[in-house]
Design a protein around this ligand. Structure first.
Ligand SMILES: Cc1ncc(COP(=O)(O)O)c(C=O)c1O
Length: 352
């Protein structure tokens, strides 16, 4: 028996279609499409009508281009691999005036987007006048502008409003250039769910919502976020522990009464977040607490109704949803998905 990851490409495509049919979407497919699989995700999103894809990773950008010669492939991170960018017609990101000055000649023949740094302070131009200098250069093929809102998921602070204002001022300053650009994008899933598409923007740039996770928990109906990944394991043994006995390494668990533990074939080595231990699993439709998490095993407290061979559900589309765990403080959808060590699972794939 092996732990199982179920990837539902059909639901993935449906979910993407529910968004793309309302707003032109650039699909974020970095980190092997949040571990769903780049090719499978490209197929689902393409079927949903999405024609623009983006990643931070040149290798993934080239893979996307090899899958499809017609889509737009945007590389979010700056790159110095100019020959490959040109050969594969990957839209590059210019991250600063210095980069532009240094590599101006190398950038010929490569479509580019300019990124504004904003409050995230990761990469980007710091002023609209610097961006204007590039837009005025007829040798550089600027096809788009973007920024990233680092606070859209954060309802506690007023920071999101400030970064939107910063960006709108940049767009005001560059207003005359906007009609010539095919792609102006700033909003991630949370920003789109909060505001819809902002004025003057052509696309949203969406990750988690496309994959079926609510970017925030309250105020978005669960049926609008179809969970596309499920994770399960198996009961491989039952271990009866007497009151006062320990189980797991270094007395990880001490039984306060006679206890039956189900040994399950999944652990942090499969990529479960360590904090997952605080939340139950489902066996035979009932929730049971995890008492110990090891690299390849969980010890789950059960009763006599649980048998060897029973399925143990870690993530499903109902109560054990990625976005519910995020709400409980376990980590974002991206963190939970990126952590999964997909190679250790048997994969069950439901194709579109
Ligand atoms: C630059 C950029 N744009 C868009 C996204 C997508 O964000 P979300 O998954 O919240 O939609 C990310 C995610 O990390 C990102 O780094």
């Amino acid at each position: 028996m092996t732990a199982v990851i179920t990837k539902n490409q059909k639901l993935l495509s449906k979910q993407a279609e529910s968004i793309q049919s309302k707003v032109p979407t650039i699909a974020v497919v970095k980190n092997d499409a949040y571990n769903f699989g780049l090719k499978e995700t490209y197929e689902a999103f393409y079927k949903a009508g999405i024609r623009s894809f983006t990643t931070t990773n040149l290798k993934e950008a080239i893979e996307l281009r090899q899958l499809d010669g017609t889509i737009t492939v945007l590389l979010l991170d700056p790159s110095l691999a100019f020959d490959e960018l040109r050969e594969y017609q990957i839209t590059a990101t210019i991250p600063s005036l210095d980069y532009y000055r240094k590599y101006r000649a190398d950038l010929e023949g490569i479509p580019v987007h300019l990124v504004f740094k904003n409050d995230l302070n990761r990469l980007g131009f710091t002023s609209s006048s610097d961006m204007q200098a590039v837009l005025d250069d007829s040798k550089i093929n600027v096809t788009g502008l973007w920024t990233h809102f680092g606070y859209a998921d954060d309802f506690e602070s007023a920071h999101y409003v400030r970064e939107v204002e910063n960006w709108n001022r940049v767009l005001d300053d560059l207003n005359d250039y906007l009609p010539k650009l095919s792609c102006i994008h700033a909003q991630n899933s949370a920003s789109y769910a909060r505001d819809g598409l902002h004025d003057r923007h052509t696309h949203i740039r969406c990750g988690v919502f496309l994959y079926g996770s609510r970017p925030y928990y309250h105020g978005i109906d669960q049926k609008n976020a179809r969970q596309t990944v499920e994770v399960s394991a198996n009961v491989i043994e039952l271990s009866d522990v007497k009151k006062g006995e320990n189980a797991g390494y270094s007395t990880a668990f001490t039984a306060s009464e006679d206890t039956r533990l189900a040994v399950c074939d999944i652990g942090y080595g499969n990529g479960l977040m360590p904090g997952r231990k605080a939340f139950p699993v489902i066996i035979n439709g009932k929730e049971w607490p995890i008492r110990v998490m090891m690299m390849s095993h969980l010890l789950v407290e059960v009763d006599e109704t649980v048998a060897v061979g029973d399925e143990v559900i870690l993530y499903n589309g109902e109560t054990l949803r990625f976005d519910w765990f995020t709400e409980q403080g376990l980590g974002s959808f991206s963190q939970q998905m990126a952590a999964l060590n997909v190679r250790t699972f048997t994969e069950r794939f439901i194709s579109c």
